[in-house]
Design a protein around this ligand. Structure first.
Ligand SMILES: [Zn+2]
Length: 193
């Protein structure tokens, strides 16, 4: 027996992480109760979501985080290394073996931003990776970018340029801020100079 109104995996993930409204949750639960196929899919999504959540908490994901995420991490005893380069400027940074989370605080005015992308570029400005449509609070005054600590601990001396970009409806882009991270490897191992 196959389901004709298969619940979307993203919806299932939101449901599992408690991100849907109560009325929506009830609707989903009603469907899940009667549908073996979607229940089985929920189990797989839940496993994945837990894996992602664990990676996020371990600092191993490159992502945008909130002040409350950092506050909770600090309360759990996590060691947070944070750099706040000035907008348009740069900062010397590193990571040590004891650090759990690596955060870049990107000061920016988001009051008129619509869709914001975080673009990560090499020193020549060539984009290496982009997080599209990141979550942000218009009044926050900054974006907290978590670099994967696993990646950072293995990274050689290198320079990375982070850009916050406002993307308009027609796809036009406006740079809101640019920040240069000059990373010096302080951990021994391959990649150390
Ligand atoms: Zn179903």
């Amino acid at each position: 027996m196959s389901c004709e109104t298969r619940l979307d995996a993203a919806v299932l993930a939101d449901y599992w992480l408690g991100l849907v409204a109560e009325s929506e949750a009830e609707r989903l639960e009603e469907h899940l109760f009667g549908c073996e196929e979607c229940s089985a899919r929920l189990a797989r999504v839940a496993e994945m979501a837990e894996g992602v959540r664990r990676l996020a908490r371990e600092g191993s994901l490159l992502m945008v985080v909130s002040e409350s995420f950092l506050k909770q991490a600090a309360e759990e005893g996590k060691r947070i290394r944070r750099y706040d380069p000035p907008k348009g400027g740069g900062v010397q940074c590193t990571v040590t073996a004891e650090d759990d989370l690596l955060i870049g605080g990107l000061a920016v005015d988001l009051r008129e931003a619509r869709r914001v992308d975080l673009s990560l570029c090499d020193p020549l400005g060539k984009e290496q990776m982009r997080l599209a449509d990141i979550p942000f609070a218009a009044g926050a005054g900054s974006v907290l970018w978590q670099q994967s600590i696993t990646f950072a601990k293995a990274a050689p001396n290198s320079t990375m340029v982070a850009r916050l970009i406002d993307v308009g409806e027609a796809g036009e882009e406006r740079v809101l801020g640019e920040y240069t991270f000059n990373h010096t490897r302080t951990l021994p191992g391959p990649g150390a100079w």
